[in-house]
Design a protein around this ligand. Structure first.
Ligand code: MN
Length: 229
């Protein structure tokens, strides 16, 4: 076998509560507009036609607790607090009943967004990549095994910036539930260990600035934080 011409960074790997081993991240799928109140604040109608997705690349992700620079090319950098689902076994064309069996663990995530670029590209009917797949633009908190946690409707999802609450909702507000998302997405991809699904953000997204500290959580999961410089 020929050697590689150069080395790539090791994939990001997320700590798992109670485990010595970590969870290496392969692909990151994100659900768009999965909370009605957030879709409305973005000026979009909500429908139950089908969920839609965009992707963020794993090399652009960082672990919770990171301190990162305010990104280039934006004057409207937004937080999106989300529930992340980590796939633990291969699954293709799963039924809703089968879907949750494929989940290894759950965790908090931040889908950081250059909102001005996302909206500019959206309005031109172009892909969202410049707005969404930015360096340090996905933040991942330690995972909790599915045996120890489930995405029940009453679980609260929340985020504060510099101690002031910005996002505060419950998983009951999810338009597409976790099993529906996995079932639908697995009709298009052979989902496999290493795949993360970020399941959308509730209302209350807004801008952050250099110097801000973001702290979020979901009931029963490990908290998440990010500092901007
Ligand atoms: Mn999002």
């Amino acid at each position: 076998m020929p050697d590689n011409l150069f080395s790539l960074p090791d994939p990001i790997s997320i700590p798992v509560e109670g485990e010595l081993s970590t969870y290496p991240v392969g692909r990151i799928f994100c659900v768009g507009r999965n909370y009605a109140a957030h879709a409305a604040e973005m000026g979009n109608e909500v429908d139950r036609e089908a969920p839609f997705y965009f992707t963020k690349s794993a090399p652009n992700a960082v672990l919770s607790g990171a301190t990162v620079p305010y990104p280039p090319g934006t004057a409207n950098f937004h937080h999106e607090m989300e529930l992340a689902v980590a796939i633990g076994r291969p699954v293709f064309r799963a039924t809703r009943a089968e879907a949750l069996d494929a989940v290894y663990s759950y965790g908090c995530a931040l889908d950081m967004t250059r909102r001005d670029l996302q909206i500019r590209e959206r309005n031109k009917q172009r892909p969202w990549d410049l707005g969404k797949d930015l360096e340090n633009g996905t933040v991942l908190a330690p995972l909790t095994r599915a045996a120890d946690w489930s995405p029940d409707d009453n679980k609260r999802i929340y985020l504060s910036v510099n101690g002031e609450t910005r996002q505060d909702a419950t998983l009951e507000e999810l338009i597409w539930k976790i099993d529906e998302v996995i079932s639908h997405l697995s009709g298009y991809y052979h989902l496999r260990p290493g795949d993360l699904i970020l399941t959308g953000t509730p209302a209350g997204v807004g801008p952050v600035l250099a110097g801000d500290v973001l702290e979020g959580g979901i009931d029963g999961l490990q908290p998440i934080s990010l500092s901007l410089i």
